[in-house]
Design a protein around this ligand. Structure first.
Ligand code: PGA
Length: 260
């Protein structure tokens, strides 16, 4: 996997925005087929989304021929709840860009039949011909989407239970009360993400440093599902310097030298 290290969160976030823009434009230059983009939520993508929105506003980029699939959504949280991932995505991206509403896909955590909802999601992804680029974050426990430790690396979209750690970390969005955090979510699987042609993972800040080092230098393991990126032909981890602090000095130097 490639590891891009930038001094600051700002540079790392812009690197990702520009990579996404470049990929959308590159496909548009050779085909009228839509670009299929996987998207994430959380604190991490906010600056990247702001840059994408700026580019659209400036007329430098368009999402008119983009189809997107979000990674995950809480189970049982009303769509209009400010912390639902539906609300997040509209606030930080969809309301600011020109992606047609019918191209936006986010799992429905209130669907009457959650298993059927997940199966339908996989079918919808497959019907597009597959995801061109999946943009994700990493949890402090090394999760990708809500694929918590011990998720199968062959997993597909399904109902998942959040770990105590993730509930604690996410309680910052719920008045710091873990009891208010939904205990379950719908999440694309590890294999769903790895089935994308390109995977770009952004990790910012020192709290991600341990999981990042394990994903890069450790074995590929279900204990850290981002480590599965080691088995992807076109995976890139984009870090700010604080997120790179637990890497060995030799790894750090190598990545800094090779991916300037
Ligand atoms: P964060 O979440 O961006 O809010 O840190 C990332 C994740 O849990 O995958």
């Amino acid at each position: 996997m490639k590891v891009i290290i930038r001094d600051h969160a700002e540079d790392a976030s812009l690197w990702v925005a520009h990579r996404i823009a470049e990929a959308i434009k590159a496909k548009a230059a050779v085909t009228s087929e839509p670009f299929v983009l996987g998207l994430c939520t959380g604190s991490t993508p906010i600056r990247t989304y702001a840059e994408l929105a700026r580019m659209v506003k400036a007329g430098e980029l368009s999402f008119r021929n983009v189809i997107s699939f979000n990674m995950d959504e809480y189970v049982g949280l009303p769509v209009e709840h400010p912390e639902s991932y539906h609300s997040f995505m509209h606030k930080y991206l969809f309301d600011l860009i020109d992606e047609p509403a019918e191209n936006i896909h986010i799992l429905d955590g209130n669907a009457p039949d959650l298993d059927a909802e997940c199966a339908k999601y996989e079918e919808a992804i497959a019907a597009t011909g597959g995801i061109d680029l999946f943009f994700g974050g990493i949890g402090e426990d090394g999760h990708i989407a809500f694929n918590e430790p011990f998720s199968s690396l062959q997993s597909r979209t399904r109902v998942v239970s959040l770990t105590e750690d993730t509930i604690r970390v996410n309680s910052r969005f719920f008045d710091n009360d873990p009891n208010l955090v939904p205990k379950q979510a719908l999440s694309v699987g590890v294999a769903t993400v790895l089935g994308s042609k390109e995977v770009v993972i952004l990790a910012l800040g020192p709290k991600k440093a341990r999981a990042v080092a394990a994903a890069i230098e450790g074995p590929m393991t279900h204990y850290n599902t981002v480590s599965s990126l080691q088995n992807h032909p076109d995976g890139v981890l984009v870090l700010d310097d604080p997120a790179a602090t637990e890497l060995r000095v030799s790894s750090y130097r190598y990545f800094r030298e090779v991916y300037k």
